[in-house]
Design a binder for this molecule. Structure first.
Ligand SMILES: [Zn+2]
Length: 315
């Protein structure tokens, strides 16, 4: 919530700066009083700039959680144009830091990562270089789930075909990378409801080990509206064996939200959605023991903990 309010402060600051810029430019022959006013305005703008920069830096720094399933925020230094960054051969998000011409990379670290020493490749006008970063260990808890439908634990051969096909379609949606930057990096909660299952849980279905929990669950009754955590393009909608009714939102620069187990979908593939726009309703479709929203956040095709982006990360 704190992060959300700091974001709205930033918007307010930008609007105020725009309002100041008009009269200052029009004033061609200022008197002494005018100069004093201009000086005061200048000082005020400088102070505002500093406040904004500090907030922005703190905001970006809060995203730096370099653990498996986390995010590394890496400074790229000063460049006139944004450097191109890759990690494990995949394009990485690069955004402007608070200071002009300063760039940072936001790297999604796969949950499966076991190597503490990692590196990104940075391409600039001056050439290419490698920046190394450290991944700290994190212990994730276990979760044991009992499913009445045994087919959801050990799918039939026909189901396996379907699952494979659906996995390929969804993996392609995660690999999407558009140059457009996300509307907001501190994301809005997509639904009103308590956090239930955290990201990264080692899961056992009816006693059998399965993939770890790749997203964050919110407890909410069927029909609760689900909103876009940031603006984006709907790159995929479907009704899948495990995920049920599902919506993919491409927020730009490799940041992708996947919202699933929905009871209804209110968007279609190719739609542009605004931040906060209704995309569907909570349900229990697919492999779900009850109504809830499951939300994945992906960066450079790595599923990362959505809690990091809503100020709810537990180290
Ligand atoms: Zn879930």
């Amino acid at each position: 919530m704190t992060n959300q309010s700091s974001q709205s402060n930033q918007v307010l600051c930008a609007q105020q700066e725009a309002t100041f810029a008009g009269p200052l430019k029009r004033c061609r022959h200022p008197s002494l009083q005018m100069w004093i006013v201009l000086l005061c305005c200048g000082l005020l703008l400088c102070m505002m700039g500093r406040v904004q920069a500090t907030e922005s830096k703190a905001m970006l720094q809060s995203l730096h959680q370099p653990v498996p399933g986390g995010v590394a925020v890496i400074s790229l230094g000063s460049h006139r144009t944004p450097p191109k960054v890759t990690y494990a051969g995949k394009p990485v998000m690069v955004v402007q830091d608070a200071a002009p011409n300063q760039w940072i990379a936001l790297v999604g670290i796969p949950l499966s990562n076991t190597q503490p020493s990692q590196s990104i490749q940075v391409q600039t006008a001056a050439g290419s270089r490698e920046i190394t970063f450290e991944v700290k260990p994190k212990r994730y808890r276990e979760q044991r789930i009992t499913l009445k439908n045994a087919r959801q634990v050990n799918p039939l051969p026909d189901d396996l075909e379907r699952i494979k096909r659906e996995l390929e379609i969804q993996n392609e949606a995660y690999r999407s990378f558009r140059a457009e930057s996300p509307s907001n990096l501190i994301l809005d909660r997509p639904v009103q409801g308590k956090l239930s299952s955290p990201f990264g849980l080692k899961r056992y279905f009816n006693g059998e080990a399965r993939n770890p929990h790749s997203g964050l669950d919110f407890a909410a009754p069927t029909g609760t509206p689900v909103h876009a955590p940031a603006a984006g393009t709907i790159t995929l909608v479907g009704d899948y064996f495990f995920n049920g009714k599902t919506v993919f939102i491409d927020h730009g620069q490799g940041m992708v939200s996947m919202l699933c187990h929905l009871s209804a979908i209110d968007v279609k593939q190719g739609d542009r959605v605004a931040r906060g726009q209704l995309v569907g309703k909570v349900g229990a479709t697919g492999r779900a023991t009850g109504a809830h929203l499951h939300w994945n956040v992906s960066l450079n095709d790595a599923r990362v903990d959505p809690a990091i982006f809503i100020g709810a990360f537990v180290p």
